[in-house]
Design a protein around this ligand. Structure first.
Ligand code: DX5
Ligand code: ZN
Length: 215
């Protein structure tokens, strides 16, 4: 487990007309990472933003930019996301014809790299790549939209992934449906990093919510 639990609020739930303010707020609220949900309308049925947004965020924050690519053919874009300022780039293995090569390209460009598994993808799918990952993220919702309900079947998968990790150093990240009410059991099951979109940005007191999620 990481020394402390890291909180990665997703700006998908922030005001898209004021992203500079959103990341400055996240610094003030002591978030650890900024989770950036990139959707292409093909891998998922929604479209968000791309490299220009990451580049703009980079100019406005020194927080770690955690870029979650929900796009087909991520190999075509990973270098440009790193150049734009991504510190971490993750993608879904089923979206790429060359998972090893794409992971290597992210590392060569100078960022941390990782894979993401949808709720219906077994943990075994990432096993061949675990030595090449800095982060492995499990989805607790089907990607595409913020504010969905947490799918509890992910809890045993977290524990399975943690057991598979052995002496490896990758962080286990959990994305989707995280709230003040379920954070504790998600961490107990094995997560090191919690993504939280709506529960942070729709909170009356986001700083307190981040503290509660982390405890
Ligand atoms: C889902 C995204 C998630 C999600 C998190 O497609 O990858 O990052 O928006 O939002 P909440 O915390 O609202 O589920
Ligand atoms: Zn995400």
């Amino acid at each position: 487990m990481a020394d402390k639990i890291l909180i990665a609020p997703s700006i998908l739930s922030a005001d898209f007309a004021a992203m500079g303010d959103a990341v400055r707020d996240l610094e003030k609220w002591r978030a650890d990472w900024v989770h950036c949900d990139v959707m292409d309308g093909r891998f998922v049925p929604n479209i968000t933003f791309g490299m220009p947004m990451v580049e703009a965020l980079r100019r406005n924050t020194s927080l770690t930019l955690d870029v979650h690519l929900m796009i087909v053919e991520p190999e075509k874009y990973v270098e440009r996301f790193v150049k734009a300022g991504a510190d971490i780039v993750t993608f879904h293995p089923e979206a790429s014809e060359d998972v090893h090569g794409t992971l290597a390209a992210i590392a060569a460009a100078g960022a941390k790299r990782g894979l993401v598994l949808n709720p219906d993808v077994a943990v075994g799918k990432v096993e061949p790549y675990l030595d090449e990952c800095d982060v492995v993220m499990l989805m607790a919702v089907f990607p595409g939209f913020g504010g969905q309900k947490f799918i509890r079947d992910v809890l045993p998968k977290l524990t399975e992934l943690k057991a598979l990790r052995g002496d490896r150093k990758f962080l286990i990240e959990l994305d989707g449906g995280v709230t003040e009410d379920n954070a504790k059991e998600i961490v107990a099951a094995g997560a090191d990093v919690l993504v939280a979109g709506s529960s942070v940005f729709k909170s009356q007191d986001p700083q307190r919510t981040i503290e509660v999620l982390r405890s």
